[in-house]
Design a binder for this molecule. Structure first.
Ligand SMILES: Nc1ncnc2c1ncn2[C@@H]1O[C@H](COP(=O)(O)OP(=O)(O)O)[C@@H](O)[C@H]1O
Ligand SMILES: [Mg+2]
Length: 454
């Protein structure tokens, strides 16, 4: 037996011994559209991961012809590691990542077709806010504009509001000038390229023999259109999702995707996974009772071999303080390690009562997913320098670093440069180049000169 066969035999062994029958059925589908629909903790991600290993390791599909969309970058990383360990080797050239990162890959190659250059910057919400403040002035809160812009892009739903729409137009114009894309653009423009250039679409549709999507219930309309294009040639589209678990409806995720899959792919195989591996019977029973009220669900019954487990306890408290106190008491009385506890809350502001109480009692804690403000700022400052180097038109990045680290360049000086650039209709960088014509005191110019010569 040669080396490859040895690796395969490990993979075959794993497929046979660590999957249940339904999971195995899903992993081993040869081709065609497949919808795996299942509850939380039933092994959907495991199935997807094994399937990628099966496709490359046993069917011999080259990794660069497989496209896997995950919901987060972290999930992609974990999946990659798991695939490598199933394969017993580093799998290279697999297209795996979030929709956004996969679109970036396509856009870096293709975006020249629609008049951007390939060194485009990607604006996060913070950058968007700055740009919008530039457009509407300091008095307005930028959030509602960002929200509106995103809705129009994702759903094509505008409203008749002259102010909103003029901001939208100005924003779009500015973004193009800065050679910058926001997160929605990554999807919108990929789709636009596919739709305007059929040969480009065909190229990718030809290339990707298999398209796999995790957390399919949370894909939005644009993402769905993208995978429909990508799978138009080979029709090997494999999606796993949970119609009861869509937590991102407010972000444009569209439950209809999952419910309409059968309609769009009438020959799709539907596989339901109903055994849960993560929770006790009591927890499962409670969850099932709650989601039984969901409208628009396809209906599935979860069961588990796990033990009954402890009963779920509900406490009602009148105030935040009382709530935090109660939780602290439960933790202290339990006799368990602090790291055995997890507290979930709906909004970040709700952490405060808990934090105060825990400080008081000396209970150590760690906030997950909250923004570590200073850390983030520094990282973003460094990124801003890199962005300027790659895309000199990126003025939002430039404005960010004028005085970081502090070099005595004040708001007034920056305003002068900005006004000059606007008046002369040149970029900020060009305005700096024409420093001699700026209406500034000599010492200020020197400081700018120092910055510019960086
Ligand atoms: N057939 C199985 N046997 C044992 N454990 C399993 C099996 N399938 C899944 N698991 C475990 O159950 C947990 C949930 O699996 P995961 O793939 O993350 O589920 P989902 O994506 O559906 O939420 C993981 O810890 C996984 O390793
Ligand atoms: Mg999962």
């Amino acid at each position: 037996m040669n080396y490859t066969n040895l690796q395969n035999s490990f993979l075959i062994d794993q497929i046979n011994n660590t999957l249940n029958e339904k999971q195995k059925e899903a992993v081993l589908v040869e081709s065609g559209p497949v919808l795996v629909i299942a509850g939380a903790g039933s092994g959907k991600t495991r199935v997807l991961t094994y399937r990628v290993a099966y496709l490359t390791g046993i069917l011999g599909i080259p990794p660069h012809r497989i496209f896997v969309a995950t919901f987060t970058n972290k999930a992609a990383q974990e999946m990659k590691e798991r695939i490598n360990s199933l394969m017993g080797t580093q799998v290279r050239d697999l297209w795996i990542g979030t929709f956004h990162s996969l679109c970036v890959r396509i856009l870096r190659k293709e975006i020249w077709r629609i008049g951007y250059s390939q060194n485009f910057s990607i604006f996060d919400r913070d950058d968007q806010k700055k740009l919008i403040k530039d457009i509407v002035g300091k008095g307005e809160r930028p959030d509602r504009f960002i929200h509106y812009i995103s809705r129009v892009k994702t759903y094509g739903e505008g409203i008749e509001d002259r102010f909103l729409n003029s901001v939208f137009e100005e924003y779009t114009k500015k973004m193009k000038l800065l050679n910058a894309l926001d997160f929605d653009d990554l999807l919108v423009l990929t789709l636009k390229i596919f739709e305007s250039f059929p040969d480009v679409k065909n190229h990718y549709a030809e290339r990707f023999l298999h398209i796999l999507v995790d957390e399919y219930q949370d894909t939005n309309r644009l993402q769905y259109e993208i995978i429909r294009h990508l799978s138009s040639k080979h029709r090997n589209i494999f999606v796993v999702g949970d119609d009861d678990q869509s937590i991102y409806a407010f972000r444009g995720a569209d439950l209809r995707n999952i419910l309409d899959f059968e309609q769009d792919f009438p020959d799709a195989r539907i596989i339901r996974l109903e055994q849960n591996y993560r929770s006790t019977k009591n927890i499962l029973k409670a969850a099932s009772t709650v989601i039984a009220h969901n409208r628009l669900r396809k209906g599935k019954t979860l069961w588990t071999q796990n033990p009954e487990g402890k009963k779920i306890v509900i406490f009602e408290c009148d105030t935040e303080r009382e709530e935090a106190e109660t939780v602290a008491k439960i933790i202290e009385k339990s006799g368990r390690e602090y790291r055995d506890f997890l507290i979930l809350y709906r909004t970040n502001a709700q952490s405060r009562a808990f934090e105060e109480r825990f400080h008081l009692e000396g209970i150590p804690y760690q906030i997950v997913g909250g923004m570590k403000f200073y850390e983030r700022q520094e990282i973003k400052d460094i990124l801003a320098y890199l962005r300027i180097l790659v895309n000199p038109k990126d003025e939002i990045a430039l404005l960010r670093i004028f005085n970081v680290p502090p070099r005595g360049i004040g708001v007034k000086t920056v305003e002068t440069v900005k006004n000059y650039a606007e008046m002369k209709k040149v970029s900020l960088l060009d305005a700096l180049k024409q420093m001699e014509s700026l209406d500034l005191h000599k010492s200020r110019k020197e400081k700018l000169q120092n910055f510019f010569s960086l």
